[in-house]
Design a protein around this ligand. Sequence first.
Ligand code: B4P
Length: 197
Amino acid sequence: MLNVILFGPPGSGKGTQSKKLIDKYQLVHLSTGDIFRQNIKDNTELGQLAKNYMSKGLLVPDEVTIKMLEAEVNKTPNANGFIFDGFPRTILQSEALDSFLASKNAEINVLLAMSVDEDELRSRLKERAIISNRPDDANPEIIQKRIDVYKNETLPVMNYYSNKNKFASVNGVGPIDEVFARLCEVLDEVHAQKNLN
Ligand code: B4P
């Protein structure tokens, strides 16, 4: 199993790159943001709750998010591995993910971060707002809130995996295919290393 956390600030390209990576490495894509948006569209109870937080640029509470993620993983017991896109976003989510995977004799192999400067993030999200119909992209104040939440609540996740020697980072700025090639270089190495052990 190859389990990868694709990590980065809002608009860094996690969703964009995940779609390409799952094809190449035959992994299951789990995007907590996509699952919340689908629930909002279907007007489920979870969707109504998530909407309250997402529309303000805040994180959905850990308890709800962790339960939802675990249920999604359990839907594909025979997966080759997962790309976790947008999860974990807090230390509590990281600890929950690690013990959940350990209960299945599995683990995170690497947290792969994409670094993108704030001006570039703001400009990407502003552009996406034109086509995405996402309320959290439409307002510059909410975009800033998401960036601030990332710095305060999500960045510590990087140190958490770095302390476990499971951290790598690539430059997330540049054409999509170039960023993809950078990610593949790291993942090929992680894959080769894993097969050696
Ligand atoms: P997410 O759905 O995870 O979305 P995101 O972080 O905003 O964007 P992403 O990084 O995936 O960017 P994308 O590829 O689309 O989160 C949304 C919200 O859901 C959160 O704010 C939170 O409220 C909630 N949520 C989700 N997970 C949660 C959790 N675990 N706990 C609690 N709450 C949670 O790229 C952005 C744009 O850039 C696109 O338009 C793309 O075309 C463009 N782009 C991508 N790569 C580019 C490149 N190399 N160059 C130029 N443009 C590029």
